[in-house]
Design a protein around this ligand. Structure first.
Ligand SMILES: [Zn+2]
Length: 676
């Protein structure tokens, strides 16, 4: 449980009373009560208000806010306000300002704008976190700390350059080792002094954000920046823990956000929280996959849905409204996949600046007679009714998909073989196929223990880190089914090619050798032709993007390419290894193949779908104390019928007994509690 003070699914969101005159506060209190809100995230961007100058702190406004919320039965998710520095700080200490990718020194403005390696920024952020912790440590309203906000962005200033050299010294020890790791004899880049190393940006090695001449330095800069921002978080974390060792600490993550290695971050978060902003046209399986990834960061521990909009965003190109019922549906999607909170940005819509068109629980009209408020209040009532039943329940998935940020960086920094390869999209293809079959999936990192799974899928595992190939071998040897794809096993953790034939360290377990890699133009297709029917797999499928030209070294060839000069070469193989098997998908096949392939795999392992659901109906399960909570989520605009089998259960939102065929209204949700 995140905090025993509030033993239910938390309901609330970001609240900025400091942007309003005092006469609106009573109205806020009244409307929060109507909406069933019990938690408010406050003080996210109030650094300038609480610290108007270097030596002056004014927390009276915050005292008053927290006391008022507490009087109204609302707990506090208390932010440390360091997501944007005050203007006075930028003026007096320009070193807190970042230098951007183009090498330009920024001026004051925006947010998430502090250089993570600025000693001044670190000093002042440590100070304010400590002052907040000291002041509110015994306040009964305090539920959790929220450090900074949506950490992100990189800096390329001189402070960062110096810190980067220190980071490299720690990683490599000597310049010889660094030169070797980066292969610097290429293009005459040998370094003889640490000071010769400069950050890779548009002034040096990179262009277009992820194009680089030297993968080694670019990869290390991403690791270093992720670590630098994490260090800022940890400074505040330690300060908060000094005063409040028992109050949980988090910072809000952003799903598949590319710039930070969240697996590394999650080790320092007491609970993962994240901000979910799908667009109306985001596939709902993509949102599900993101929730599963956020749950996977801390090994399946429930997470917080820290932000979502009740109605619309402001920063997307086309900010469609969430249609009636969709806010509720997507809220339950988060809960189904491990969220123990449902929280919004924002509780009251601001009057000025760029978020005035961002949806809110309380709209500009200021009263409760709106569609959005009615939907919010109805959900508040339901979450109240659910009580603590679902808290701390877990996933019992037997299938895992591997995702790794460093692998993503390396894959996408790679110059060649194609610009069209998007790691996350390839991961999603596998996820989507399993999702549509109604299978529970865990998204895991490369450090996660594999032994609890029957099937582990690692699409495009381009970078194989030390020990990972052995981990895969042990998993397969013991009876596991492992799947990987084209463009895997190519490099080590420094993006240096593993010599002796692709897929490098994975060659043994896969029983194949990839001789060449062909990149297909966007409209070009080849075919995956099954040699014979294999379960659901039969006939011919289309494929594209990349085609590895592979030879079997013991693996059984199940399908071959259908055209081009490599017609007849293997496109799908399986290698028996120990008690298990390792599959290689040599290309990027169509959705029909993915569906048949995944159906085969789960059947082979006796994994059953959670329910028989038609297209557009999502199923997910949480388990706790021998009880199963089956979530049925109808994303369709019309009614749908799901067969949940003969085991009887109670539908928690209606209290009715259910079994067999269950009817879901359009955008409808049902949660079925069953024994075992
Ligand atoms: Zn910097």
């Amino acid at each position: 449980m995140i905090n025993e003070k509030l033993p239910k699914i938390w309901y609330g969101g970001d609240y900025n009373p400091e942007q309003w005159e005092a006469d609106t506060w009573a109205e806020d209190d009244r409307m929060f009560k109507l909406a069933g809100i019990d938690v408010a995230t406050i003080n996210v961007f109030s650094w300038a208000l609480s610290q108007p100058s270097e030596d002056e702190y004014r927390f009276e406004w915050l005292d008053e806010t927290i006391d008022r919320l507490h009087r109204n039965g609302i707990g506090v998710c208390l932010a440390t306000s360091t997501g944007a520095h005050p203007a006075w700080m930028a003026k007096k200490y320009p070193e807190v300002l970042r230098v951007d990718y183009q090498g330009r020194k920024r001026k004051f403005g925006g947010r998430h704008n502090s250089c993570p390696n600025s000693p001044v920024f670190r000093h002042f952020s440590r100070l304010i976190a400590g002052k907040l912790a000291e002041r509110y440590k015994d306040h009964p309203a305090l539920l959790i700390w929220h450090v900074s906000n949506e950490y992100g962005g990189y800096c390329y200033c001189d402070n960062c350059a110096a810190a980067f050299r220190e980071w490299l010294r720690k990683r490599y020890g000597t310049l010889d080792k660094l030169n070797k790791a980066w292969n610097t004899r290429f293009w005459g880049h040998t370094f003889y002094d640490w000071d010769e190393i400069v950050p890779p940006n548009a002034l040096s090695e990179e262009w277009d954000g992820n194009r680089t001449n030297f993968q080694g330095i670019s990869l290390d800069y991403r690791r270093f920046m992720s670590d630098s921002l994490l260090e800022c978080y940890k400074i505040e974390y330690d300060e908060l823990k000094k005063h409040t060792p028992n109050v949980p600490v988090t910072t809000n993550l952003m799903g598949f956000y590319p710039e930070l290695d969240y697996f590394k971050w999650a080790k320092h978060l007491d609970v993962v929280s994240w901000d979910n902003y799908p667009s109306l046209d985001t596939p709902f399986s993509f949102t599900a996959m993101t929730h599963d990834l956020m749950r996977g960061l801390k090994d399946g521990q429930p997470f917080m849905l820290m932000e979502q909009t009740p109605s619309q965003q402001n920063w997307q190109p086309y900010n469609s409204l969430k249609r009636p019922g969709v806010m509720r549906l997507w809220s339950y999607q988060a809960v189904a996949r491990g969220a123990d909170t449902v929280m919004f940005f924002q509780l009251r819509r601001s009057v000025g600046a760029c978020e005035k068109y961002h949806g809110a629980v309380i709209e500009h009209v200021g009263h409760e007679h709106t569609r959005v408020f009615r939907e919010v209040a109805e959900l508040g009532r339901e979450l109240g009714q659910l009580g603590d039943r679902l808290l701390d329940s877990r996933s019992a998935a037997k299938v895992a998909i591997v995702y790794d940020w460093e692998n993503r960086w390396a894959t996408e920094l790679s110059s060649g073989p194609t610009v069209a390869l998007k790691y996350v999209d390839e991961v999603h293809k596998y996820y989507d196929a399993l999702f549509k079959l109604g299978v529970q999936i865990d998204m895991i990192g490369v450090e996660t223990d594999l032994s609890r799974y029957d099937i582990v899928i690692a699409p495009v595992l381009y970078m194989v880190k030390p020990g990972y190939a052995q981990k895969v071998e042990s998993f397969v040897e013991a009876g596991g089914t492992f799947v990987t794809t084209f463009f895997s096993g190519i490099v080590n953790e420094n993006d240096i090619v593993t010599l002796g034939g692709y897929p490098g360290e994975l060659r043994k377990v896969l029983g194949i050798w990839a001789e060449e890699i062909d990149a297909l133009f966007p409209d070009a297709r080849n075919q995956v032709v099954m040699k014979e029917t294999k379960g659901a797999l039969n006939g011919t499928y289309e494929c594209g993007l990349l085609c590895d030209l592979i030879h079997s070294e013991g693996a059984e060839v199940l399908a071959e390419y259908g055209s081009d000069f490599y017609k007849g070469m293997p496109a799908l193989t399986v290698n028996r290894y120990g008690k298990g098997e390792a599959w290689y998908v040599a290309t990027s096949p169509d959705a029909r193949f993915m569906s048949d392939f995944m159906a085969n795999l789960i059947e082979g392992k006796g994994i059953r779908p959670l329910a028989q659901a038609p297209a557009g109906v999502e199923v997910a399960e949480r388990v706790k104390n021998g009880k199963s909570f089956l979530f049925l989520l109808n994303h369709n605009a019309e009614e749908a019928v799901v067969d949940i089998g003969e085991r009887r259960g109670v539908e928690l939102l209606s209290g009715l007994e259910v079994s067999g065929a269950v009817t879901l209204p359009a955008k409808g949700v049902k949660i079925v509690e069953r024994e075992g």
